[in-house]
Design a protein around this ligand. Structure first.
Ligand code: SAM
Length: 294
């Protein structure tokens, strides 16, 4: 269960999509004075070295964030994302990549709250250590708990304003069903919260069904929704030198939001085509953006 380490994937194309959406969403939500609670159900280690062993082995950031850094002109949402990553680095080199807890913490105001859940013992230790270095560390609660379950006790939040980010590793098939159950249960507890789910687009029925089932949930609950996808390459099996057929790594991913900020669609309408163009790995690169309800 615990073989996934986000350090291998930090700053890849999926992080570019997820973190661009996270930043644009939070930027909107912090416009209102009332306190905001951010619940990050699957937090990871919080900060990653792009020059460390994990990232160097995978090279995934090279086809993700690092491509954007050298792009001449970016759309506003992508520029905000790149600026966020640069804010964690000194000078012109980019060695540190911020994960979702650190991105959220950087945007939150003093009266906002951040609760982050992480189950992996090593990532939990790294996360707690990284958060302890923050001046505003007390604003952040780091919980060594199952995020699908743990989120329940914080909904509804006292301020009645919350963003729930759900970003599992989907290592186990049951994660897909647990995402759906968590969002359904959370909507019952707190119908006006913003829910953002990342999922991989891979040839697996559960992955294919998840956005469809989230959409059904949103429509039945009378809620607005937004669905953005980014494809960087073909998902077909490729033959490697040893004659084995292998999948070519994650080809695409999506973000599904319920009660998204009304500003998000316009921001992504500009950013997604540029993401697909800059991050493409073959001619199958594509994007999609749909919304409805509300
Ligand atoms: N959200 C992070 C970011 O954007 O920087 C990345 C998270 S990573 C995709 C998923 C994390 O969830 C892994 O660190 C994994 O150890 C952790 N995890 C797996 N199952 C969990 C669970 N049930 N509750 C909390 N964390 C879990």
């Amino acid at each position: 269960m615990f073989s996934y380490r986000h350090a291998f994937h930090a700053g890849n194309h999926a992080d570019v999509l997820k973190h661009t959406v996270l930043i644009a969403t939070l930027q909107h939500l912090i416009q209102k004075d009332a306190a905001l609670a951010v619940l990050d159900t699957h937090a990871g280690a919080g900060l990653y070295r792009l020059d460390g062993d994990y990232a160097s082995t995978s090279g995934e950031a090279g086809d993700g964030i690092l491509r954007l850094l050298s792009a001449p002109a970016l759309t506003p949402a992508l520029q905000d994302y790149v600026d966020m990553v640069r804010a964690f680095n000194q000078g012109s080199s980019t060695k540190v990549y911020p994960g979702s807890p650190f991105i959220a913490q950087r945007l939150l105001r003093d009266h906002d709250k951040l609760k982050v859940f992480e189950l992996h013992p090593t990532d939990m230790r790294a996360l707690a250590g990284n958060v302890a270095q923050l001046e505003a560390g007390r604003q952040v609660a780091v919980l060594h708990e199952d995020g699908f379950e743990g989120v329940k006790k914080f909904l509804p939040p006292p301020s009645r304003r919350a963003l729930v980010l759900c970003d599992p590793s989907y290592e186990i098939k049951s994660d897909y069903g647990r995402v759906l159950d968590m969002v359904a249960d959370s909507l019952k507890r707190f119908a006006t919260g913003t829910y953002a789910v990342w999922y991989p687009i891979i040839p697996r029925p559960e992955a294919h069904d998840l956005p469809r089932r989230l959409k059904t949930l949103a429509v039945k609950a009378g809620k607005s929704w937004l669905h953005a996808t980014l494809t960087v390459k073909n998902s077909k099996l490729v033959e490697s030198a040893d004659g084995e057929k292998r999948r070519p790594g994650l080809p695409a991913s999506g973000m599904f939001l319920i009660n998204p900020p009304f500003t998000l669609k316009a921001a992504l309408k500009d950013a997604l085509p540029q993401m697909a163009e800059l991050l493409q790995q073959d001619r199958h690169a594509a994007h999609s953006l749909e919304s409805g309800g509300g």
